[in-house]
Write a protein that binds this ligand. Structure first.
Ligand SMILES: CC(C)(COP(=O)(O)OP(=O)(O)OC[C@H]1O[C@@H](n2cnc3c(N)ncnc32)[C@H](O)[C@@H]1OP(=O)(O)O)[C@@H](O)C(=O)NCCC(=O)NCCS
Length: 221
């Protein structure tokens, strides 16, 4: 039995819970989420969230109450910038993270992926691709060969990427976006269904077919 704490409690955390259920059901593993931690959670302490029997434990300060040698954390925050902030704070407190990888995921023997990944159903990572830490990819996201992907990147469901694409740190890629062999700058947001066929500068939103670049009004992701 492996006890884990979920860092995050929003929609993406719900998907992570489903992923854990599927892993347990399909592989015979016994991963047990014992609670949610999130910023500002103190007033909700003890509440059961999302029709589960899993309680809110509190904010990050409650990590002090747990044996972090034996209980690992799962990164369950969708937005890259927020994920980075919370994960870095938790690590400073001694937390260690485990990856949550659905058994249908295929990762080439010649690909590399960093710590704390969350990979949902049928994600595929092809040969020669190197992915940083705290990567998350939703159902059917496909990463081509020889890609370089930074830390804290999030890919929505059915994202497709051409071999050789380079994706910076803290990039959010929306549902069904297609990225050809281009370079995406740090902190960029790729809109749902975009077709990215040229390089995207850091910290802009790219949307449409072909994608055009827009200044970010607010940092939503
Ligand atoms: C593109 C996106 C990031 C929003 O960016 P934004 O700059 O805040 O955009 P707004 O919502 O203010 O919309 C601005 C314009 O972009 C258009 N727009 C929004 N999303 C778009 C998209 N994906 N593709 C094309 N146009 C889009 C809006 O219709 C609006 O057009 P208008 O100016 O003609 O009215 C967002 O709509 C999006 O696609 N997010 C991805 C969501 C997702 O895939 N989540 C995955 C969950 S796992």
């Amino acid at each position: 039995m492996k006890q884990v704490i979920l860092l995050g409690a929003g929609g993406f955390a719900l998907e992570v819970l489903d992923n854990i259920d599927a892993i347990n059901r399909l592989t015979g593993e016994d991963i047990r989420p014992i609670g949610f931690i999130y910023d500002g959670a103190e007033p909700d302490k003890g509440k059961l969230l999302h029709d589960t029997d899993i309680p809110v434990l509190g904010d990050l300060s409650c990590l002090r109450n747990y044996d972090l040698e034996h209980i690992q954390l799962v990164s369950a925050i969708g937005r890259p910038a927020w994920r980075r902030k919370m994960v870095e704070k938790a690590k400073q407190m001694g937390a260690k993270f485990t990856s949550i990888i659905h058994p249908s995921v295929t990762i080439s023997n010649r690909a590399k992926i960093g710590e704390g990944a969350v990979l949902m159903k049928y994600v595929n990572v092809q040969s020669g691709t190197v992915i940083g830490d705290f990567f998350a990819a939703d159902d059917f996201a496909g990463l081509g060969h020889n890609m370089i992907v930074g830390d804290f990147v999030h890919m929505g469901p059915r994202v497709g990427t051409e071999g050789g694409a380079v994706i910076g740190n803290d990039v959010f890629v929306g549902i069904r976006a297609t990225i050809l062999a281009c370079k995406i700058g740090d902190g960029a947001v790729i809109g749902a269904c975009a077709l990215v066929n040229k390089d995207v500068p850091p910290n802009v939103t790219a949307r449409g077919i072909p994608a055009r670049h827009y200044a970010m009004k607010e940092k939503k992701y």
